[in-house]
Design a protein around this ligand. Structure first.
Ligand code: TYM
Length: 332
């Protein structure tokens, strides 16, 4: 971790496989753009992933695949720290402490637990899934992060993190935790499903026509874009009451770097056939070179980057944990 004057940035992503355009446009793209201006720490949050059952071999592969993807996307280990959450024990240690600061009332408000536990019912969900936002707060507070770039679905978790930091600081009359702020960019913060624009694009969606996976081949991408739902109007315009079309234009704009206005103008008088064909090529032109770069990241590079990351994150985490435990009267 570079010792400099830059403010600390922290963000995390789960190694659950099937990374999609929503993760890229809502998070990773911003990480890459922000890593120059901040002292950035990026974390592969495997301890979050186990809040739902994982197959050990698959989880291990997913962790390495995600590291490969992040490096191929442009996370630069000379500028940023990249590491795996469970390699630094301070995360779970601090999460336990924050469990004693969070109240049941805080947690019962968390909408993501309600969504995620809906499938199996809350009685069959793990306690870890319920406490998931507390571990996320620990990730952020452990490193004195000032800014946390995330997609819109993490907004409530950032709010909880702020609440816990303030409550802790007040209870122990300390300024031990920095109260972080979320960076949720308007554009890309909520990339919606291609088959249903009322739900976010999600790796756990039941239909593969919901998302474009970063591992999809050119033909699959073309097929998914051509099948993407639109609405009954034949024109290409950008507005909140046309969520499906708005979503497709957003993806087009973010990947091609053309403004929304230019895109709408370009397709004035044209139909969805032309628009979707071009959009498919924009997506293919982004994903295929990315896949090539992914194939060129070696296992050795991943190992080196992650072990370096663990060392520097671990150092910072140890200092913070000592400080926090002392303030609380914990330990011998
Ligand atoms: P995760 O792994 O579900 O998603 C990683 C990031 O991708 C964003 N995202 C989206 N953005 C726009 N449109 C979408 N359809 C979309 N789907 C996902 C998410 O908002 C997220 O920024 N709890 C976090 C991981 C985490 C974390 C942290 C983040 C753990 N600790 C500390 C920040 C700071 C999560 O499950 O993200």
């Amino acid at each position: 971790m570079a010792e400099n004057q830059k403010k600390r940035l922290f963000s995390g992503i789960q190694p659950t496989g099937n990374l999609h355009l929503g993760n890229y446009l809502g998070a990773v793209k911003n990480w890459i753009e922000m890593q120059d201006g901040y002292d950035a720490i990026f974390c592969i949050v495997d301890a979050h992933a186990i809040t739902v059952p994982q197959e050990p071999g698959v989880l291990r592969d997913n962790i390495h695949d995600l590291a490969r993807l992040l490096l191929a996307s442009g996370i630069d280990p000379d500028k940023s720290t990249l590491f795996v959450q469970s390699d630094v024990s301070g995360h779970s240690e601090l999460a336990w402490i924050l469990n004693t600061v969070a109240r049941m009332g805080d947690m019962e408000k968390m909408t993501q637990f309600k969504d995620k536990s809906a499938k199996d019912g809350s009685e069959r969900s793990s306690v870890g899934l319920f406490g998931y936002p507390i571990l996320m707060a620990a990730d952020i507070l452990l490193y004195d992060a000032y800014i946390v770039p995330v997609g819109d679905d993490q907004r409530q978790h950032i709010e909880l993190t702020r609440t816990l930091a303030r409550r802790f600081n007040k209870r122990f009359a300390t300024d031990g935790f920095v109260v972080p702020k979320g960076e949720i960019r308007e554009e890309g913060m909520r990339i919606m499903g291609l088959d249903d624009p009322t739900k976010k694009m999600s790796k756990s969606a039941s239909s593969e026509y919901n998302y474009i996976a970063l591992s999809d081949g050119a033909d699959v991408i073309r097929k998914k874009i051509m099948k993407a739902v639109t609405d009954s109007e034949p024109t290409i315009t950008y507005s909140d009451d046309r969520p499906a079309v708005k979503n497709l234009i957003t993806i087009y704009s973010l990947l091609s770097k053309k403004s929304v206005g230019d895109i709408v103008e370009q397709y004035d008088g044209k139909g969805f056939g032309d628009f979707k064909k071009d959009l498919a090529e924009v997506v293919v032109d982004f994903i295929l070179p990315l896949q090539e770069r992914i194939a060129n990241v070696s296992d050795q590079e991943i190992e080196d980057v992650l072990s370096q990351g663990t060392e520097s994150a671990g150092r910072a985490a140890d200092i913070k944990m000592r400080e926090i435990k002392k303030v609380m009267g914990l330990g011998s």
